[in-house]
Write a protein of this length. Structure first.
Length: 412
């Protein structure tokens, strides 16, 4: 433990300048969120939800106004009826694409849960099952968007209707895609095919960089409310933001044609979702500081980390190469023991439906499955990488990460 105290002091010293940068950014993000609240004139009675059909839900309208403003977008759809981020993304894609169209993913293989939405194995009900084609451009060897291939495909394949980008590095050992990379690819796409829809899977990226993709050229973004923008308080749900006609299509795909998104009761969703969004810049900063601390502590202890502490980040994920299945289990035990909920449980690897390999997960959260709160997971396969994200309080993250390292050291 003495060793860990020494590493802790060193790690805090190492991350000081980066923490200062994050605080500067958070100041700016907080101003942006307050401005969005002000522009919608949010008041007490917007915090109470509706039941039944949810007609005339002024709180829902105010919340969607706040999101649209924050995203620099014409419109937003922010609903508890989205069961997950994947659902919000799928709703957007099914809303825009028609049989014979092609969706082109320009940032490599999309997030795992989207494989079944796209229909990699022609799953019933998938985009592919509806006659929508899928193409993919892998990232180049230096983890950049391959814009030469993007240009070529856009010129050749007139069936391309959506070009999709994933902002977060996701659960992969690669460099983050940053705002300048995306800006360039968006501009190129619009230059060649102004009619194409630029869609961004925005999960884990919200409020990390200075701007949201809709502010630098994306037509539509979607994400989860139990990640960054929920601030740890939103109880469920997802969002879509972007051009008004596209958001309307998505609203009518989520609900029914002819209703223009005017239905959908909010129950007790509004107060905590407004509150969570208000806190989100602070919570994202805590998660980032925790991730950078973990990168510092584990690299001091001799492990390879990605991103490194200096590398620019566009999401809140930290990957650590732990080199053995036993280390992964020890890491997860350490995180779990320092969770506010379920601290007495021991994470065990299991083969989840839809996966081929055992996965281990740690997380004891107030909102079930929330990754705005501290959580860690990874597949138990070489090189044994644990992905670690979230946390609403840096001191909790520091303690949990220290304990994860202590579990690993005790084992060796
Ligand atoms: C989390 C995530 C999703 C899916 O969100 P769920 O809420 O888990 O369905 C999609 N894409 C990326 C990049 C994500 O990180």
């Amino acid at each position: 433990m003495k060793d860990i105290n020494r590493l802790h002091t060193q790690a805090l010293e190492m991350i000081k300048p980066i923490v200062a940068e994050i605080e500067n950014k958070t100041f700016y993000q907080t101003a942006k969120v307050l401005e969005a609240f002000r522009s919608a004139q949010v008041c007490q009675h917007h915090l109470n939800g509706t039941n039944g059909y949810g007609y005339g839900d002024i709180g829902r309208e105010a919340l969607e106004h706040v999101f649209a403003t924050l995203f620099g977008a014409e419109a937003a759809l922010v609903r508890p009826q989205f069961v997950s981020g994947t659902h919000a993304i799928a709703t957007a894609l099914f809303a825009i694409l028609r049989p014979g169209d092609t969706i082109l993913f320009a940032t490599g293989k999309p997030y795992d849960t989207l494989e079944k939405v796209i229909g990699f194995k022609n799953e019933p009900g998938s985009l592919r099952d509806w006659g929508i084609n899928y193409r993919q451009i892998d990232l180049s060897s230096d983890d950049k968007i391959d814009i030469f291939t993007l240009q070529k495909l856009l010129e050749e394949d007139k069936s391309i209707r959506v070009v999709a980008f994933q902002r977060s590095r996701g659960y992969a050992w690669r460099k983050s895609l940053l705002q300048p990379d995306l800006t360039e690819a968006f501009a190129l796409t619009k230059k060649i095919r102004p009619d194409v829809v630029i869609f961004v899977d925005n999960c884990y990226g919200e409020l990390v960089e200075g701007f949201e993709p809709t502010q630098y050229g994306a037509d539509l973004v979607a994400g989860s409310l139990i990640k960054n923008l929920g601030g740890g308080l939103a109880p469920t749900g997802g969002y879509i933001a972007g051009n008004k006609d596209l958001v309307n299509l998505a609203a009518e795909r989520l609900t029914v044609p002819g209703t223009e998104g005017e239905l959908g009761a909010t129950g007790d969703f509004l107060r905590s979702t407004f509150h969570g969004l208000y806190l989100a810049p602070r919570m994202v900063a805590e998660a980032l500081i925790g991730a950078i601390y973990a990168a510092a502590l584990f690299s001091l202890a001799g492990f390879e980390v990605s991103p490194t502490i200096e590398e620019p980040r566009s999401d809140i994920i930290q990957a650590i190469k732990l080199n053995s299945a036993e280390n992964m289990k020890a890491f997860c035990r350490g995180i779990q023991r320092f969770s506010p909920i379920d601290s007495h449980l021991t994470p065990e690897p299991w083969v989840m439906p839809g996966y081929d390999v055992p996965v281990i997960m740690a997380g004891g959260t107030f909102i079930a499955g929330s990754t705005a709160e501290l959580s860690a997971d990874g597949p138990l396969v070489p090189p044994y990488i644990i992905y670690f994200q979230g946390g609403l309080n840096r001191h909790h993250i520091f303690l949990a990460v220290q304990n994860a390292l202590a579990e690993i050291i005790a084992r060796n």
